[in-house]
Design a protein around this ligand. Sequence first.
Ligand code: TYD
Length: 219
Amino acid sequence: MSKNHKYKGWFITFEGPEGSGKSTQSQRLCDYLNKNGRDAIMTFEPGGTPIANQIRSVILSRDNVKMTPCCEMFLYAASRAQHVCEVIIPHIEKGGIVICDRFTDSSLAYQAFAREIGYETVGAVQKIATMGIGPDLTIMLDIPTEIGLERTFKKRNPNKIEKSADRMELENLEFHKKVREGYLKLAALEPERIKVIDAEEEPDAIYNKIIAIVEKKIS
Ligand code: TYD
C-alpha cells in the first residue's frame, strides 16, 4: 500500500506509446470506479486545465517544428506544474482517485530517452514540476511501434483535441521506437509501480486485467 504522496486518495496514471489505447482504457476504468462508489476523475497531459491546455497547443502545433528538446521538456513540465496544483492534488487531498492519461513517465520516455536529454536531467525537472508527488500505480500499455502508429493514423481518436497528426506524431519511426524502449526501461526500473500490459490483446481482456490490478492496489 505504498504511496508516492502524502494525501488520502489515489493517483493512477496510464502510459504507453502512440496508439496503445490509453485514452479508451483510462476512461473505462474511471467509469468503473465511479459506478462502484468511488470518487474518480479522469484527466490528461499535456493539458487538463485552461492554462495547461494553452501550453498543450504550443507544444503540439505543427507550426512549431523548430522547438528545441529543452524547450519541449520545460513546456511539458510547465503544463504539469499547473495541472498538479489545480487538479491532481486538490482531488487526492480530499480522498478521491485521479486517473491521468500520461504523466512524468511520458517525459522520461519521450524527452529523456527519445530526445536523449537524459534520465537525470528530465527526472530533476519532474521533481520541481510535480511538487514531489508521483503516481501510486501506473498502467503501461505496451504495443509494437509500427502497430501503434498505424492505429493512430488509421482511426484517429474522436476525443482528441488535435484533428490531424500533431508535432510529436510526425516524428519518424526511429524516434517512436526509442520511446517504446524508454518505457520498457522505466518499467524494469520500477516493477512495483509500473504494470505492463500487452495492448495487442482484446480490449475487454485488457480492461479486466486493469480492473484486477487497480482493485488489488486500492482495496
Ligand atoms: P496526446 O495527444 O495526449 O497523445 P496520446 O493520445 O498518444 O496520449 O499526447 C501528446 C503527445 O505528447 C504524445 O505524443 C506524447 C507526448 N508527451 C511527451 O513527449 N512528454 C510528456 O511529458 C507528455 C505528457 C506527453
